[in-house]
Design a protein. Structure first.
Length: 285
């Protein structure tokens, strides 16, 4: 039986973890990457320059890998940093060496740190650079590394987790119910990748899609974002997007969405991909 391989960034928690586990349930071995390897690690995750926050966040690559293995598939834990291109290249090279290639790439990870919820005049330009590096250039580095193998095999899926901030203005300034410029402009840039690159891949069997997750109740949303006006209890579970990614990865479902935007919550509800889930939640933006 041919091995099917997925590579998921930001897989220590939230949407990334859900994607990894659901892809495993769909029969994929999964390489998971993020910075947090073990539960309880401390790392800066404050969204503002005004204060530091290194409290451990729930989740880790180790825990996600356990979920992949519990689904009956192999897991490969690959610590990497979206701000370190060399670590990303090394992660993909490891997967290619051990498992032969990547069939599904999920660009879910993004910049976590100060500037995310700071207003423009309060945000050092260097932090805007970091947003662009992590949210745009890192996915492109991974795409360049994985795409040739997909084209050679005549099949593949690249799922970029986008956001409505890519095309919508916030309802309020950053920190008051809105979000920072770095987050919005970097998501906007990532959003343009799928459509443009898909034109170059016509007839190859490879599909690039944007997935709009809507408002999702991730662990970090619950722990960090209430002070900025976001109520995690109103969000949909990350498993919604995990189920959608796994569905797209099966049986060519991604073809009709190639180059476009997948409305994650609506598609999950329409296809009945998550039994017991009531349906899309209002987007606070």
């Amino acid at each position: 039986m041919t091995r099917r391989v997925a590579f998921v960034t930001g897989a220590s928690r939230g949407i990334g973890k859900a994607c990894a586990v659901h892809l495993a349930r769909a029969g994929f071995d999964v390489a998971v990457t993020a910075r947090t390897v073990r539960d309880g690690e401390e790392r800066e995750h404050s969204s503002t320059v005004r204060r530091s926050d290194t409290r451990p966040l729930p989740g880790s690559l180790t825990a996600t890998a356990e979920g992949v293995r519990a689904a009956g598939q192999e897991a490969l834990v690959l610590p990497a940093d979206l701000l370190d291109r060399a670590s990303l290249g090394a992660a993909v090279a490891t997967v290619q060496e051990r498992w032969g290639g990547v069939d599904v790439l999920v660009n879910n990870g993004r910049y976590i740190g100060p500037g995310h919820m700071d207003q423009f005049l309060d945000t050092p330009i260097g932090l805007l650079d970091q947003h662009l590096e992590a949210n745009v250039m890192a996915p492109l580095v991974l795409l360049r590394a994985c795409l040739p193998g997909m084209v050679a095999r005549g099949a593949g899926l690249v799922a970029n987790i986008t956001s409505s901030v890519a095309w919508m203005d916030p309802p309020a300034p950053a920190g008051e119910g809105g979000w920072g410029l770095g987050y919005a402009m970097s998501k906007g840039a990532l959003h343009r990748v799928a459509g443009l690159v898909q034109l170059e891949l016509a007839g190859t069997g490879v599909a690039l899609v944007n997935i709009d997750p809507g408002f999702i109740a991730t662990e970090r949303m619950a722990q960090d974002m209430a002070e900025f006006g976001f109520d995690a209890s109103a969000g949909a579970p990350p498993e919604v997007i995990g189920a959608v990614v796994a569905w797209l990865a099966r049986d060519g479902h991604a073809t009709e969405w190639a180059g476009g935007v997948v409305p994650g919550q609506r598609l999950c509800h329409e296809q009945g991909l998550l039994p017991g889930w009531a349906g899309p939640v209002p987007n606070p933006v």
